[in-house]
Design a protein around this ligand. Structure first.
Ligand SMILES: C[S@@+](CC[C@H](N)C(=O)[O-])C[C@H]1O[C@@H](n2cnc3c(N)ncnc32)[C@H](O)[C@@H]1O
Length: 255
């Protein structure tokens, strides 16, 4: 893992879009269609559970549609619309089917009337969204009063810029280094050879305070621990079984 730090002003949303267009195929091959035990064992079931009996859901940054397909499959009377900025993701989503409606668009300007959805989901998307406050404005606007927003990100404490495994051969120590947590930062990270994505880090309080200011009330917050299936695939995480990799919140738009 390398963390080539770049300052906030050097990364725009169009850099994020370009990266997703370029690397969508890599991401789909490694993290969808049953390839990623964290999605299969944890992320998808938790999101389906958190969405309860919501009827009309907007999947923000739906990617190739794995979360949206599971939401459709969970309830026969449910309508799910997946919106993403990357053609390369939407093309695969269209091929994989599953009863979704798909739309290309940017989260900062949602092409829906106010109060169109009783549910919204953002799964591992805000980690890439540069203008998160405008996006939160839009999510709040398109939700009905009383509607829910299921928000899932990489746990900000684990995924600070410059975080990563340290293998100290001299001291014989192997540990996860946590970088500066309390500041916002956008940086580019090479997560596999030749595959780099811009990531956005914000401390948890930034999210919570921005949500509270928009009347999005946290009803439940989860910090699930890595599952056995994930640890079997990434054995270095055996030492981290007590540290969550994900942060999930279910928020309700206040009337
Ligand atoms: C890590 S993928 C997650 C995909 C899907 N939510 C899932 O969990 O399978 C992040 C997705 O967010 C999309 N995305 C990033 N910024 C966006 C924006 N401003 N508007 C719409 N989609 C965006 C990317 O194109 C990418 O498909």
């Amino acid at each position: 893992m390398t963390a080539g730090g770049v300052s906030q002003s050097e990364v725009s949303q169009s850099d994020v879009t370009t990266a997703w267009e370029r690397h969508a195929g890599w991401w789909q091959a490694h993290h969808t269609a049953g390839e990623d035990p964290e999605y299969e064992d944890q992320i998808i079931p938790l999101i389906v559970e958190q969405c309860g009996n919501t009827h009309r859901i907007l999947d923000l940054g739906c990617g190739e549609g794995q979360v949206a397909r599971a939401l459709v499959a969970a309830r026969s009377d449910r309508e799910v619309i997946g919106l993403d900025i990357a053609h390369a993701q939407l093309l695969t989503a269209a091929t994989r089917g599953g009863g979704l409606r798909l739309l290309r668009g940017d989260l900062t300007t949602l092409p829906f009337r106010s109060g169109s959805f009783d549910g919204a989901v953002a799964c591992l998307v805000f980690d890439h969204v540069v203008d998160f406050e405008r996006t939160l404005d839009e999510v709040t606007r398109v939700l009905t009063p009383g509607g829910i927003f299921v928000f899932l990100i990489n746990h900000p404490l684990m995924q600070t810029p410059d975080s990563g495994w340290i293998d100290d051969q001299i001291l014989g120590e192997h540990y996860w280094r946590v970088g500066p947590y309390a500041v916002d930062r956008v940086w580019s990270e090479e997560i596999a050879p030749g595959v780099d994505f811009p990531f956005v880090h914000r401390p948890i309080s930034r999210y919570i305070n921005a949500m509270a200011a928009r009347g999005l009330l946290v009803e439940e917050m989860l910090e699930p621990l890595p599952t056995p299936g994930f640890v079997a695939m990434a054995t270095e995480y055996e030492e981290l079984v007590g540290i969550p990799r994900l942060l999930i919140m279910r928020l309700r738009r206040q009337p």
